[in-house]
Structures are given as C-alpha cells and as structure tokens.
Design a protein around this ligand. Structure first.
Ligand SMILES: Cc1cc2nc3c(=O)[nH]c(=O)nc-3n(C[C@H](O)[C@H](O)[C@H](O)COP(=O)(O)OP(=O)(O)OC[C@H]3O[C@@H](n4cnc5c(N)ncnc54)[C@H](O)[C@@H]3O)c2cc1C
Length: 493
C-alpha cells in the first residue's frame, strides 16, 4: 500500500485517484479551486444554468468502463440522453441542415442537401471505420511509447494499412477527395476542431472523429455536463480518496531524480511514493518541477465562451447543438494562427432543448463558443479583458446572418486568459497539443515521466489527448501504469 498524491481534480485526476484508492492505496487529491471537475465548470444567473466547458459527450462506453472499475455503472451514476439530431448546421446562404448522429441518418441528411454526396458519406464512414478499428488499440486505448510503438511486433500488422490511414494527407484534402459540395466538405472539416486542430494541417487519420460520433452517438447527461464531474467526485469519495479543494500545489519535490512529495501553497510538505499530475504537462515540468523547457510547439486552439440568458423561442427550429459556419473556412483558420478571426464560425449549444431543468420558463441558456488562438499569441491579459465586450456584441450581430436575433438578458464572457488562470492550461489551450501534423500523436506525453521517477501524467495534455472520454482513458492508463510498478523507486536515507 502506497501514499499517492494526485495534483488536480479534473476528470483524469479523479479517475486515477479512484482506481488507485480501490486498489488499496492511500490517495490524496489536491485541487487549487473550490470545486473538482476542472474544465467542467458552470455558472448560474437569471434563472439559467450554464456549462462553461464541454457540451457534448461521445464514447459513453469509456465512462461505463471507468464506473465499472469503480464498482458501479454509468447507468447507475448518470442519466444520459441521446441528442437528436446530433447537430444542426447553418450557412450564410440560408441553408439549414439537421444531421442525426448515426451513420445511416448522417448520409441520408447529406443526400437531401447534396444528392451527389450521399453515397460518398457511406463510403467515407466505411473508410473511417477501418482506420478506427486498426488504430484504436494503439493510439487510444493502450499505453503509448511514441515511435517505438510502430516497430513493435504487435503493431506491424498496421503496415499494410499505411495507405488507408492517410497519415500524410490533410483532413481537408481527404474530404475534398470524397465530397463535391463545399458545404459538405466544411461540415466534415469541422471535426478537426474537436481536438483544437486545423483541418488544413491535421492528418486525414482524424477521420476517426466524425466516425466515433456517428457510430457511438452524441450524448448529454441530464442535470448538465457538470453532473459528470459530480459523479466522478462521488465515486472517488466512495473509494476513499481524500479530496482537498482550495489547496494548490506549489511544487513537486524531487531527490536524486525521484519524486518524493508535493509542497503546498502554505509551504507545508506532503510526502508521497507516487505523484500523478493531472495538470498541463508543460506547466508541471516548468512551474512545479522548475525544469527549463521550450514552450509547446503546437498548442491546440483556445476559445472565447459567451454564456447568455435569452428570451425563449428566439427560433423554434433551433436544436441542442447548432454550428453557424463562416463563409471562408480556410481564411478563418489562417487568421486563427495569430488572432481571433473577423467572421468566425459560431458554435451554439442550448442544453435546455434536451433538459428543461436548465432554465426557468420563458428563458434559454445559450452557450456560444468561438475558436481562438492560445493567449500567448495574442498578448496580455488586459488585451482579452478589454476585447471581451466587443467580441460578444460582434458575435450576436453576426448571428443575424443565420436568422438568429435573440433578446439577450444577461451574459458572461470567458477568454483564453480565463482558461489559463482558472485551470492552469498553458496559453488557455483547451485540448493540450493540437494534432496538426502526422507526428503529433507520437509526441504526446506518455503516462510515465522519463525524467522523474515515480511521477505520472494524466489529463488532456498527456496520451491519448483531450476530451472527456480520452482524459478518462488517460486517468485509467496512469493508474494501471503505477499498478504495474510493483517496486516503485524509494530513497534510502
Ligand atoms: C470550452 C470548452 C469546450 C469543450 N468541449 C468539449 C466537448 O464538447 N466534449 C469533450 O469531450 N470535451 C470538451 N472539452 C475538453 C474537456 O473539457 C477536457 O479535455 C477535459 O475536461 C480535461 O480534463 P483533465 O483531466 O485534463 O483536467 P482539467 O479539466 O484541465 O483539470 C485540471 C485541474 O487541475 C487543477 N489545477 C491546476 N493547477 C493546479 C495546482 N498547481 N494545484 C492543484 N490543482 C491544480 C485545475 O484547477 C483543474 O481543476 C472542452 C473544454 C473546454 C474548455
């Protein structure tokens, strides 16, 4: 039985902590803010409740696996509803398209808008299914050891699939090969943003993202996305994890290259045999360990979130999720490299559509998300704070081009600086590192630190990446890696 310190109460930290506690270890989790859940934050005003982070749950079977390992089930802990249609898409030419989240319904919907592309969607999903089946165990569900994975005998079976996986083609180029209608190409290109990447740079292998949503559905937990964090917290506490909120970790103490404990904000020391860092890998290495490291080369996008209470029935045809596409996607991503695009794509989520408990009668809880560059590329905090009101009013003006003219009652705006300061995300990056080149997946931090013994990483900046299901996997992988270390390194004094 070991003493384990987990730094950060995001979903990955809670996952690792729970599994380790259920294996009999003494686990203490330190969270800097007053609540656990990390990016699954929420706000309440004007009779509405708003999720401030994720709005969509995919791959629910991953959560079920975690809950089963915690001695319960997904069905017992959360009430999920499938969101139908999965998403509505709007263009400035007036097109409105509802797209279900299943392969058949997806292709039927596309065929109605663009008959020539209906069959292509089925062929595309078949292609993506083969890539997902071939790669999932290597890139998602198993520990990853970088490039060495590709030459491991177990993975050599991938070699004949090399051309199918399209590592060297961009996602946009693949879509332009499959589809004729520019709106269909843009609709599929958008899935690169699910992990903060650009479709014009990310490898076509990311075709697995739309496939996963079409194959396993788009889900929402009644009570809001934060109920996922509440459920993770509940199982962690039942497993015996000591959760210490409002307790920032100031540094990780090492002796002769071995992690021996954490120093807290009040300068007290907590001794531990193992440390799991659930916070940004770069922040862990530079700020908690004091290592000199270059800034991440290709952080994922950040975002501007606007949550607003609006009068109900702004448009009765609106769905739970709506994407209002910009008229020049390539230009938008070019601008995103350095600044906020001048006419960005706007994502709108109104969970009240699936869950009336999220707003009082006569109101709707609107969540708007614009992609934004990480804050390091945009200047200082003052810049974002000064810009926030202008960005918000411009966004609502822009919505009129899609037929949306809500009567806004009250609103709150979060900028990349808020993501950086609230959750310790480097540059306010939402998903860790982007997948903007074919090597990205190989460069992600594995669970085990190669520099400091008994230090482990779990979370969106570690393998297999960001998003609720993936960080849950990351938490399980870190816990399993520690369990495999039968004889952790200890110091003899
Ligand atoms: C706007 C937005 C939209 C998103 N949309 C989706 C979506 O629709 N679907 C989806 O699946 N995912 C989405 N995501 C991504 C998803 O939320 C994240 O990938 C995931 O929640 C990250 O979990 P994590 O375990 O890495 O920890 P985080 O959520 O990053 O939590 C880390 C925790 O560590 C704490 N911490 C930091 N420093 C310290 C310290 N020194 N001491 C103690 N504690 C510390 C922080 O306070 C925080 O609680 C979205 C994220 C955002 C921000």
């Amino acid at each position: 039985m070991k003493r384990i310190a987990v730094i950060g109460g995001g979903l990955a930290g809670l996952t690792s902590a729970t599994i380790l506690a259920r294996s009999g270890h003494h686990v203490t989790l330190f969270e800097q803010s007053a609540h656990v859940g990390g990016k699954l934050g929420y706000a309440q005003f004007d009779g509405c409740t708003f999720d401030l982070g994720p709005s969509l749950l995919t791959m629910p079977f991953v959560l079920d696996e975690f809950f089963r390992r915690a001695g319960t089930t997904l069905a017992a802990e959360l009430q999920l509803v499938e969101v139908t249609p999965g998403c509505q898409y709007r263009w400035t030419d007036g097109t409105v398209l509802d797209v279900p989240s299943d392969v058949y319904g997806f292709s039927e919907a596309i065929a109605r808008m663009s008959p020539v592309d209906g069959d292509a969607v089925r062929r595309y999903f078949d292609h993506a299914r083969r890539v997902y089946e071939a790669t999932k165990d290597i890139f998602i569900f198993s520990p990853f050891r970088g490039l060495r994975e590709l030459v491991s005998p177990a993975n050599l079976r991938l070699l004949p699939m090399w051309r199918t996986m399209r590592f060297t083609q961009t996602l946009h180029a693949l879509h332009a090969e499959y589809f004729r209608d520019p709106r269909v190409i843009q609709l599929f290109d958008r899935f690169a943003t699910y992990n903060g990447s650009s479709p014009y740079r990310a490898p076509a292998t990311l075709m697995v993202i739309p496939y996963v949503e079409a194959a396993f559905g788009a889900w929402y937990p009644l009570g809001g996305m934060r109920s996922i964090a509440n459920a993770y917290r509940a199982v962690a506490e039942r497993a015996g994890v000591q959760i210490r909120c409002s307790t920032p970790v100031r540094s990780i103490r090492t002796q002769r290259g071995i992690a021996v404990g954490v120093e807290l904000h009040d300068a007290s020391f907590f001794e531990a045999d193992h440390i799991v860092s659930n916070i940004d890998v770069h922040v862990t290495n530079t700020m908690l360990l004091g290592h000199d490291r270059p800034h991440p080369r290709d952080p994922s996008t950040s975002g501007v979130v606007i949550v607003a209470s609006v009068d109900a029935a702004a448009d009765p045809s609106l769905r739970h999720h709506t994407v209002c596409f910009s008229s020049d996607y390539r230009r938008e991503f070019r601008q995103l490299e350095t600044s906020l695009p001048d006419a960005p794509t706007i994502y709108l989520s109104r969970s009240v559509h699936s869950d009336p408990s999220q707003a009082v009668a006569g109101r709707e809880n609107w969540f708007l998300l614009l992609n934004a560059p990480p804050t390091g590329m945009m200047g200082d905090r003052g810049h974002w704070q000064a810009q926030a009101p202008t960005i918000a009013s411009r966004t609502f003006e822009q919505l009129a081009a899609y037929g949306l003219r809500p009567n806004v009652r009250q609103m709150q705006v979060l900028t990349p600086d808020d993501f950086a300061t609230r959750w310790g995300a480097w540059g306010g990056s939402i998903y860790g590192s982007a997948s903007n080149n074919m090597m990205s997946a190989f460069l992600r931090q594995p669970a085990q630190s190669s520099k400091v013994k008994n230090l482990w990483y779990a979370g969106g900046t570690a393998h297999p990446g960001g998003g609720i299901p993936l960080v849950t996997i990351s938490g399980m992988l870190a816990a399993d890696a520690i369990a495999r270390t039968r004889h952790p390194v200890t110091l003899t004094y």
